[in-house]
Write a protein of this length. Structure first.
Length: 466
């Protein structure tokens, strides 16, 4: 810290003031930060040197630093001294009206699209057989609903047939049915060492065992999967291969083929969670295309329209297995909401869903441009069209990802710690950042700036080091 600043402080303290010296010193530190004369990470003089320079006693210097620390202006590290912390990002603590640990789809800001969504929903209800819509329905979905869902499956899977399609109350609800149906008490479900947190909670609730597979940047290792099949009774491989949650990466065609080869040799079912498939431009074939005889393909509208619809669909390997799955869903949920299904079918037939998908992709890539400009010096993965990224934290700073995520959420940044996704009790130093949800592009810009400032200036975060 420049000597001239201490000289100025001495002159200010020599003037009479209504506040005690220790509070006036804290205020002088604040003024120095506001004016830019004091920058984040600037080192302050030791308390004894400060006392000598300002002609105050040691206890006053100590109280001054304590007051400045209480105000969030400085941080003190044992053995290293006291440093300017700087201002916490200007964005106000968030009062977001939605769950900030979920990966929220980008909501449309185009008035004509919003009106199109409303008109389709209202027209569907107006034209519906309302009494028929509130009766019990066919288990696994009626024919019209399944045909509409099949039209979406056809975009991702070759040679799908209507008799293998089952509707479900969202992907999560469908996964509950599949895990309960496929996995016996002595069996295991193989999962990526970083995976969708919902599969962990489902397994815990059902009393099923997950077996973590070592991964690299291309997904689960083939050797790890084969070793698991040799040493355990594996019921299924659960995999989210396209725009994966949390890493945003898609598994290559060659890795998919190699994993399928192992699954076929050991007669292991594959549960393919393609939640992001309808917004992805990745051309690698789905597991359901590569191995239709063993794959349960599951998708829904949570990531390409809105999670509140709770609408999903499963393509089973055979008609018989579709009947089993419908039975499992019946036991868990009885049936899906027919009014919601009627609205969704109208949106699909009239092109509203496609307009929504294009809006999401366009806005996601605009927001990605903001991120790329700001995070050139940071390590992250983010696939085209994705509205989430996987941000690696510098290991040498020793930040606690869980505490950092909590802190970021309090400032409106949708951050989730790697611990939420890890299945091997060894979470990496990383965060999943979602930049979707109801926030505007300007909101997103502010959140990106907040994230960048907080991870680029360690002085903001010394209190959450591990």
């Amino acid at each position: 810290m420049p000597i001239s600043i201490l000289t100025t402080w001495k002159k200010e303290l020599d003037k009479k003031g209504k506040y005690p010296a220790y509070k006036r010193i804290a205020e002088l530190i604040n003024e120095g930060i506001e004016s830019g004369k004091l920058q984040p990470q600037d080192k302050l003089p030791p308390m004894r040197d400060l006392a000598d320079a300002l002609d105050i006693n040691y206890s006053t210097a100590s109280r001054a630093y304590s007051e400045a620390k209480k105000r969030g202006l400085i941080d003190t590290t044992t053995g290293a001294g006291s440093f300017i912390k700087g201002k916490v990002p200007a964005i106000k603590p968030s009062l977001a009206p939605y769950e900030m640990t979920m990966n929220m789809v980008i909501e449309p800001a185009i008035p004509t699209l919003i009106e199109e969504i409303k008109d389709g929903a209202l027209s569907s209800i107006a034209m519906a057989d309302i009494l028929g819509s509130v009766r019990y329905q066919d288990f696994g979905g009626n024919k019209e609903t399944k045909q509409c869902f099949l039209s979406l499956i056809d975009r991702r899977v070759k040679n799908a047939t209507l008799d293998r399609v089952v509707s479900c109350p969202g992907i999560h609800g469908g996964l509950v049915a599949l895990i309960s149906q496929l996995c016996g008490n002595q069996q295991v479900i193989c999962v990526d060492s970083l995976t969708y947190p919902g599969i962990k909670s489902i397994a815990a609730q059902l009393g099923k065992n997950l077996l973590s597979l070592e991964r690299d940047s291309d997904g689960p290792l083939v050797n790890a999967f084969e070793d698991a099949c040799k040493t355990h009774e594996v019921a299924a491989l659960y995999i989210n291969p396209t725009m994966q949650n949390p890493t945003s990466a898609s598994i290559s065609k060659s890795r998919r083929e190699a994993l399928v080869d192992v699954a076929l040799r050991f007669s292991v079912a594959i549960i393919e969670d393609d939640a992001y498939g309808l917004i992805s431009d990745d051309t690698a074939p789905t597991f359901a295309t590569l191995a239709p005889e063993i794959t349960y393909y599951i998708n829904g509208l949570s990531k390409c329209f809105g999670p509140g619809l709770r609408a999903g669909f499963i393509l089973c390997p055979t008609q018989r297995q579709a009947e089993y799955t419908a039975g499992a869903l019946r036991a868990l949920n009885v049936m899906e909401n027919p009014i919601i299904h009627a609205i969704i079918c109208r949106w699909i037939k009239e092109g509203t869903l496609d307009h929504m998908i294009q809006s999401i992709k366009r806005e996601a890539n605009l927001r990605q441009t903001l991120i790329k400009e700001k995070f050139k010096a940071h390590h992250y993965s983010m696939e085209e069209n994705a509205f989430h990224l996987w941000l690696k934290l510098p290991k040498n700073l020793g930040w606690n990802p869980s505490d950092l995520a909590t802190k970021l959420r309090s400032y409106g940044v949708n951050a989730v710690s790697s611990a939420a996704f890890a299945t091997d009790n060894n979470p990496p130093q990383a965060l999943r950042i979602c930049f979707g949800g109801p926030s505007s592009q300007q909101d997103c810009r502010e959140q990106i700036n907040t994230l960048h400032e907080m991870i680029s200036l360690p002085a903001h975060l010394t209190h959450i080091a591990q």
